[in-house]
Design a protein around this ligand. Sequence first.
Ligand code: ADP
Ligand code: MG
Length: 449
Amino acid sequence: TEFVPELLPRARRLMLLLNPCGGRGNSLQQCQTHILPMLTEAEISYNLVQTERQNHARELVQGINLEEWDGIVVISGDGLLYEVINGLMERPDWEDAIKMPLGILPCGSGNALAGAINYNAGFDQAMGSELLLNCILLLCRGTVIPMDMVSVTTCSGIRSFSFLSVAWGFISDVDIESEKYRHMGSARFTVGTMVRVASLRTYRGRLSYLPVLDAHRPICRSITLSPNGSLAPFQRSQLHRTISDIGLCEERNVMYKRSSAALDTNELPSFETSPSPSSPTALHSSSFNFDSLSDDPSDQDSVYSKDLKPQRHHQVNGPKDDLLPPLGQPLPKNWIIVEDDFVLVLAIYQSHLGADLFTAPFSTFDDGLIHLFFVKAGISRAALVRLFLAMEKGTHFETECPYLTHIPVRAFRLEPLTRKGIITVDGERVEYGPIQAQLHKGLSNLITG
Ligand code: ADP
Ligand code: MG
């Protein structure tokens, strides 16, 4: 029973990155009252750094000595983790750097990953400080598991790494338009949803994807019911049925056409300023032209018209996107193409899109799947509201809405044919235009507890 310090494992050292502007702006206070005392009690040593501006965290993690840390933990929303991941990937030693265990303590308004971690641990769905306390406990326990990463390329050739989602249409509009309500915390999305439902819009586009045909087995896992029933009462059989009916059996549906048919060059879109419809050259933002495309005259006053901050960062590192030809070049024949009017397109690779948005109940951190969702135009406002209300409990498939489709895929390409719009990656706005993405299984490590 004699105390022999050198035989004890050394205390874990965490780098804590806190965004004082995330969420309601009270993350520093949350940190002092809840986070630091619990970490101290768990004998975890830490350095706490407050970010001073956007991209500060991204730059900081580029300079750290990997050996010195057992994990990097963001005390913020999902946006700050996106910065950290891309900062790590920008390092020459990205292959080692991206294996650094990553954690999140929810103090933002968008806390999707924290919602997923909380759910994975078997806790009831939670918000606010309840969610935060659960996540601190899990961080103290410290189990690390692999997490999939998605490489996303936009039309000017900029690549970034995403852990959560790519969104276009209704969801990205709500996310960006509601930033002005950030002080409300996560309620900003509820308000934003109502505003956007009132002026419901459709978006024309071409969505192409590489389906995962054998996904119905691996993505089914048993969902335990919470004791008080507050989580979705999903039965395994029901989940199975949902996935095979709505997702994979989509193939039997007439809503899509095989890419082989669409590869007829006459059907390919022209994103060139010169009128050469079948030119397969790579796209650049300078040559991306929506002039011949459909337009919505009601767009003039919206956030669409506001300028996006220029993206300074170019991601050159990372694994090769072996499933993706360059944007603007034809896709392989085994891809499926849907050209239609959409209300929303969402690619998500976590179970939650927000702490109370249980969007992909079957998704796990390293299932190797992008869960592609889309809602087609024609859905009524009431049905759309019902979908989002049901999503809180993850029961949105039970509404059997014929406009909603879910497909597990490995890669996708989205070509907007509506002139103005918003595309987000992990809730952060990126340049508008064609975008494509591929999943890289288990590329990073996540502290899930
Ligand atoms: P929220 O969930 O509230 O959106 P995020 O973590 O997503 O919180 O952060 C929102 C944005 O704030 C991100 O784009 C991030 O880069 C940016 N950011 C980080 N630190 C600061 C800072 N000190 N001042 C202003 N913006 C910051
Ligand atoms: Mg955010």
